[in-house]
Design a protein around this ligand. Sequence first.
Ligand SMILES: *Cc1c(COP(=O)(O)O)cnc(C)c1O
Length: 407
Amino acid sequence: MATKPPVDRNLFDEVMVPNYAPAKMIPVKGEGSRVWDQDGKEYIDFAGGIAVSALGHTHPALVAALTEQAQKIWHLSNVLTNEPALRLANLLVAHTFADKVFFANSGAEVNEAAFKLARKYAYDKVGAEKNEIISFYNSFHGRTLFTVSVGGQPKYTEGYAPVPGGIKHATFNDLASAEALFSEKTCAVVVEPIQGEGGVIAGDPEFLKGLRRLCDQHDALLVFDEIQSGVGRSGALYAYMQAGVVPDILTSAKSLGGGFPIGAMLTTAKIAESFGVGSHGSTYGGNPLACRVAEALLEELFNSKVMDNVPTKSARIKQGLAAINERYDLFKEIRGAGLLIGAEMAEPYRGRASEIVAQAAQLGLMILVAGPNVLRFAPSLIISDKDIDEGLVLLDRAVQQFSAAGR
Ligand SMILES: *Cc1c(COP(=O)(O)O)cnc(C)c1O
């Protein structure tokens, strides 16, 4: 029998593929916006598991939904349907533009489905030559070979050639640069209404409206990747509702499961027809446990004031960041929508955002980066004012230490 080594960070280096570089501490428990590590050290969570834990950790409604479903049935495959999946799809249809839903287990998988559907729809309607996808530099759409190729960050495709073709990239928030790439071969435009990984940059409503118009003119589908911006994070259920632009396909994941893996692709009845029986699928997609948790999360969003409170909490964090900036003059810009907030480092500190993340973690605050220059905050949508204020005090201290050591 194998001996059991201590379960610590060293074990990661021994037994895990080195594609991640996780922090030294290992969290073992979470409640609301607080997390505790193996040594019992407490952290305030401004990261939300990268915009996932929309209702914080171990929310009673989600724990109840998961444990209740765990006693009933876990898995059926798509040879059968299940009640939680049907109820969840019905909820999503009732509250969005969509008529139809496809479930998978992650963001990349629902984007993969969306891009395949866009091509298939154009193939059915026009022919094989209408296959080009336009997306944007600095966008992020997942790590499968297709989604990483549609994503606009060349470093993520390096070494993985040959990659899928028929993909062109324009400049985000620059409508003319997108317009220049359109042709009768364009089948879809894929855009994050708020770029997340690319630095927390909101799409200008006029830009998004312009993409809608260009798609209509060229008989192309508009795909909104709302995997990071969706499920209440912007203050609306989906950011498209605030932009006043309705996409043809929308992808949702991250916060949808509040920490349980699930993704959903939403579309219209007409477009959905191109995914006929056997055209696409997933073994775990629509899993009863995942769907039951997502259903409980959406019910919590709809039945309580969760989304109404997002603007106030957002303002509280942004004001705190502005006050820190007055003291240390560290940020060039504080931006974002709702509880997806970015603080871009000023010129002298370019590329050093991750140093502040490390400093904050030492003091008991979990925050994120979005690229090398931007600090990112994506806390629970129900984080308390007390947790926000305490977190900001810790951030102030982290920035102070960074300033004292690094200038
Ligand atoms: C995180 C993210 C993805 C990928 O989701 P995974 O669940 O990691 O596959 C895709 N698009 C956007 C906008 C994201 O933020």
